[in-house]
Design a protein around this ligand. Structure first.
Ligand SMILES: C[S@@+](CC[C@H](N)C(=O)[O-])C[C@H]1O[C@@H](n2cnc3c(N)ncnc32)[C@H](O)[C@@H]1O
Length: 247
């Protein structure tokens, strides 16, 4: 994996940290990182922390990747858009964006590879730790198990899900299915632009999708969170291309 490193455990806590904001070890390779949301001028009363159980010894889905911090911040800043909507996070891993969506009032379904029971189990523990009520579902991209047909999200989230090019087609197949199953829905994703945008652009056309918004992920980050992040992180909103659907 040619990824940037996972985010440092305390990277998205605001300075100065409260006494409880430091990462704490619960076993030699397991830590709990604390992530703060709030502090903008609009309201103080909705500020909250999310605690994430991370295991640096395990595979990709067991720690917080920088894209997840960017996407979670976007959800927080756009929280009115998420409240009362159904949100599905794909390849959620430690699930920071989905948990923020749940905290701001969305009905959230967290998903990851159905074969990765340790990742799904960690999600359940993280939800319990944060007293957040999310549905958790094994959903492997490009596979059509029965539960997927009942999913009708308004918003699909994905943080750092474009990292293995051999999975891109399967991921787009699942995204396209979900967008078709719920007219008007969008896929919002933060990804590392590791080898240019060309393959993703090509596949969007192939799957009848269009990129409706593209932002430099760092442009939305408060300095206290952005300073420790590295790489070229793009934040993209993808929708069905109506012109393609009609033709
Ligand atoms: C780079 S990690 C990102 C995790 C998390 N979204 C974050 O940003 O912290 C990629 C995630 O995609 C999941 N994943 C990989 N291949 C998958 C597949 N074929 N179907 C579903 N999930 C998959 C992994 O288990 C992992 O949680």
């Amino acid at each position: 994996m040619d990824a940037a490193s996972p985010a440092s455990p305390s990277s998205s806590s605001p300075p100065p940290p409260s006494p409880t904001a430091r990462a704490s070890a619960v076993s030699p390779m397991t830590t709990i990182s604390r992530h703060y949301f709030g502090g903008d001028s609009s309201s103080d009363d909705h500020d909250f922390y999310i605690d994430i159980i991370e295991n640096m010894q395990e595979d990709y889905g067991m720690f917080v990747w920088p894209c997840s911090i960017v996407l979670a911040e976007y959800v927080w800043q756009q929280r009115l858009r998420f409240a009362n909507n159904t949100v599905i996070e794909l390849g959620a891993g430690t699930s920071l964006p989905g948990l923020v969506a749940a905290k701001v009032g969305a009905n959230v379904i967290l998903t990851d590879n159905a074969a990765r029971e340790e990742v799904l189990k960690n999600m359940r523990q993280i939800c319990k730790l944060n007293k957040v009520n999310c549905n958790i579902l094994g959903l492997t991209w490009g596979q059509w198990d029965a539960p997927i047909f009942d999913l009708h999200p308004q918003i699909v989230l994905g943080a750092d899900v474009f990292y293995d090019t051999t999975d891109f087609d399967d991921l787009f197949a699942t995204v396209t299915f979900l967008l078709q199953n719920s007219p008007g829905s969008v896929f919002i994703t933060a990804y590392h632009n590791r080898s240019g945008h060309h393959l993703i652009e090509f596949l969007m056309v192939k799957w009848g999708l269009k990129c409706s918004k593209l932002l430099d992920g760092f442009s939305i980050m408060p300095p206290c969170k952005g300073a420790s992040l590295q790489g070229n992180i793009q934040l993209v909103e993808i929708a069905l291309d109506d012109q393609k659907t009609k033709s």
